[in-house]
Design a protein around this ligand. Structure first.
Ligand SMILES: [Zn+2]
Ligand SMILES: [Zn+2]
Length: 611
């Protein structure tokens, strides 16, 4: 399923290196960002352009992680990391801290602006756009992104923190992509550089970030130029504040570092042993205390709504079922604890949970505390690390550089297109339309999502193209909630923590259900460049042509001879065009990775036209 999955033995036609940047096509074609809208909409599906920006963003995340792996100076700050995961975990932990600063600041800033004259762009639906100058650094964006991909937790936390505006702020796709016709101007324009996937924050956004955080915009700069990153914790016994290093340099001290799985320190004040568990228990005790002391009119049960039971809470705030459940949980907590639990009376999470006995949503509540001692209901660092495997998959498929990304005029009409000189500057290879890989992915997501209504209670597992679209959708939380309500009839959470066994069974079931619902459309299919480019051209991908390719493998002689054999081997002309195109894109990508320039566009046309 890799970039090179299709016939490694194929030797491509030889394309000439381009003399200048102008002679080589831009890949991805910038039109992918303008062919549909980037603006969030309250209802409906994510657009092709949003999905494309999302793919670029994931490449930028991959690039950031790659830079961390390569940054030798981290050995002095975080210690040796032969396994190549310690540094990244430490950096993610720092990013989570930075995210917390930004998230709180932005929420307040939006409230101020909404009252002020300028207001916040809002298209009448409650959906909010993030103003350009509030765009955060890449690492912060990465944490926010992973947070939103756990939509139930994200929405509930927004309510819990009384930051409900953030529930309606859409991910700013239009701010992170470099638009084709707009010249790159530092003051106005944030952008991902689609060559190296670096991300550059504008001057305005940089100043906002520096003002609220007093930190460098680039996380690596922040870590490399300042003292080793720390986290402030509070002793559950004596409330003394203690600085803990994110990561201890010396292996024998590692467990005193915050990211250690066996984290344990002794309080400098009272000497009591502090662990993750003891901090989690303290977080629970504090929340229970504020609930029971809040008395009448205090907030609903800590941290959870009853989405899992009825999926109704955000959608129908007055739904009696969800309120009944929450009230009964509140009552349970208040009757179990006439006095707030203390470290002495209930030293561990388990002791608190045991005291509460059983309640249908208690396990859910428990997980909000067991996962993390931070104020969030999920461990954001782990969420980012888990998201890393999706980033890897996308980087591996590299759809953003695929010739199949968008649909095109049929390849065999190329000579026609080329005969229109006035379009030459616009036409990169041949003019796109929205059909193509991304559009197919969006349609497949639509069919997939409809299954939630038809198969309630079942685990429906997305394929990776469907998952990409799903992720893209969840980054506009308000639209996602609406879509859930309209299509599935309930809120659908996204769970990336399921075990492989469950997933395997789920894929099987989903595949059958999908094929049934779509009248036999294939669910699990190869999504490689070649197969998808073939689909764009209406050629049946793969299958049955192996023999002819063996001929090519054995071919020898000069270019002309090889071409003849190649042509003979590649079957009908359409299939050959697909192959030429894929080989060209693949070659360009290889050269990019080797730091070489692009390939001449003319070479591609010539190879396509060659009879
Ligand atoms: Zn203490
Ligand atoms: Zn394939």
């Amino acid at each position: 399923m890799s970039l090179l999955h299709f016939r490694k033995s194929t030797i491509p036609p030889v394309f000439a290196p381009a003399a200048t940047k102008k002679d080589t096509p831009a890949i991805p074609d910038p039109q992918v960002f303008t062919i549909t809208t980037l603006q969030p909409a309250v209802s409906g599906l994510p657009t092709v352009s949003q999905c494309a920006v999302h793919l670029e963003l994931l490449e930028a995340f991959a690039r950031l992680r790659h830079r961390v792996y390569k940054e030798e100076a981290f050995s002095e700050i975080f210690g040796e990391d032969p396994e190549k995961n310690l540094w990244w975990r430490a950096v993610v932990e720092v990013a989570v801290g930075r995210f917390g600063i930004w998230w709180k600041a932005v929420s307040e800033e939006l409230a101020i602006r909404e009252e002020g004259e300028a207001g916040v762009a809002n298209n009448g639906s409650g959906l909010k756009l993030l103003p350009r100058d509030l765009l955060p650094p890449l690492d912060v964006l990465m944490v926010w992104h992973s947070y939103m991909l756990n939509p139930r937790r994200y929405n509930e936390d927004c309510i819990w923190f009384e930051m409900s505006a953030m529930m309606n702020v859409a991910f700013p796709y239009e701010h992170v992509v470099r638009m084709p016709a707009v010249p790159f101007k530092d003051e106005q324009h944030e952008a991902i550089d689609d060559d190296k996937w670096d991300y550059k924050l504008s001057g305005h956004a940089t100043r906002y970030w520096e003002r609220v955080s007093s930190q460098a915009p680039h996380i690596l700069e922040e870590i490399l130029w300042k003292s080793p990153p720390k986290r402030l914790i509070r002793c559950p016994a004596c409330a003394k504040e203690i600085d803990v290093l994110i990561c201890e340099v010396e292996p024998e001290n590692r467990k005193r570092g915050w990211i250690s799985e066996e984290f344990a320190v002794d309080c400098e004040g009272c000497g009591v042993g502090i662990t993750m568990e003891s901090l989690c228990a303290e977080k629970f005790r504090k929340d229970i205390k504020s609930l029971i002391e809040g008395g009448e009119g205090s907030r609903m049960s800590p941290r959870i709504t009853s989405l899992d039971l009825q999926g109704a809470t955000y959608l129908h705030p007055s739904s009696p079922t969800s309120f009944d459940v929450l009230n009964s949980l509140n009552n349970l907590i208040c009757t179990t604890f006439p006095e707030p639990p203390t470290l002495q009376s209930h030293p561990t999470l388990t002791s608190i949970i045991t005291a509460l006995g059983t309640h249908p949503v208690l396990p859910l509540l428990q997980s909000c505390y067991a996962e993390t001692p931070t104020p969030y209901s999920l461990n954001l660092s782990l969420a980012v690390l888990r998201q890393g495997s999706f980033v890897d998959k996308m980087h591996h498929q590299l759809w953003i550089r695929s010739p199949a990304l968008m649909g095109r005029l049929p390849l065999d009409s190329i000579p026609l297109v080329r005969a229109r000189p006035e379009t030459r500057s616009v036409v990169l290879i041949n003019p796109p339309d929205t059909s193509g890989f991304l559009q197919r992915a969006v349609s497949r997501y639509e069919s997939y999502f409809a299954l939630f209504k038809l198969h309630p209670g079942k685990i429906l597992v997305p394929t990776i193209d469907v998952d990409l679209v799903w992720h893209t959708a969840m980054l506009t939380p308000l639209a996602y909630r609406e879509y859930c309500k309209n299509v599935a009839g309930r809120f659908i959470d996204h769970n990336d923590k399921l075990s492989d066994d469950i997933l395997d069974d789920g894929v099987e079931y989903t595949s059958t259900a999908f094929e049934e619902a779509t009248g036999g459309e294939e669910y699990r299919k190869c999504l490689c460049w070649h197969c998808e480019t073939a689909l764009n051209e209406g050629v049946k991908p793969g299958g049955g042509k192996e023999e002819r390719w063996k001929v090519w493998k054995k071919a020898s002689g000069d270019g002309k001879e090889r071409w003849k054999v190649w042509k003979k081997a590649s079957g009908d002309s359409k299939e050959r065009l697909v192959r030429v195109r894929v080989e060209y894109y693949r070659e360009v990508e290889k050269r990019r990775r080797d730091g070489m320039g692009g390939l001449e566009r003319e070479g591609l046309f010539a190879a396509m036209k060659r009879k």
